[in-house]
Write a protein that binds this ligand. Structure first.
Ligand SMILES: [Zn+2]
Length: 126
């Protein structure tokens, strides 16, 4: 059972499934919102059970997706496509140990110039 929360605790959740295929997304939206890189694993939307959500806010980042965060402390928490069955859950929000490992980097074409990716994982341009 994976549990997660924001920094202040106004958002807390449990996952009924293990996040699959954890990725690090280097797109500009993820970098702006997270402050660096957004690492996320994916579960079916119905596999997220909210324990506390009074802080949960959603930002419509594009015509296709919204981004969930804590309106009190600002923690980056979720990425949700309008039409997909899954939701991306921020790995940094999960309680340790997660037992998970990144599988690839995506949107590397958008990555910042202030760091290198040197872990040997596959890199997708988009
Ligand atoms: Zn919070």
């Amino acid at each position: 059972m994976h549990k997660g929360s924001c920094l202040c605790g106004a958002v807390a959740f449990e996952l009924d499934e293990t996040p699959r295929a954890p990725i690090a997304c280097h797109c500009k939206q993820c970098r702006r919102q997270s402050g660096h890189v957004f690492a996320a694993g994916h579960v079916p939307k119905e596999a997220v059970r909210m324990i506390r959500e009074d802080g949960l806010a959603w930002y419509r980042a594009s015509e296709k997706a919204t981004r969930g965060f804590c309106g009190t402390c600002g923690s980056t928490l979720f990425w949700r496509a309008d039409d997909g069955p899954e939701i991306g859950v921020a790995l940094g929000a999960l309680d340790d140990p997660t037992g998970l490992g990144l599988t690839r980097h995506v949107w590397v074409g958008d990555k910042g110039d202030y760091y290198e990716i040197a872990d040997g994982l596959p890199q997708d341009e988009h």
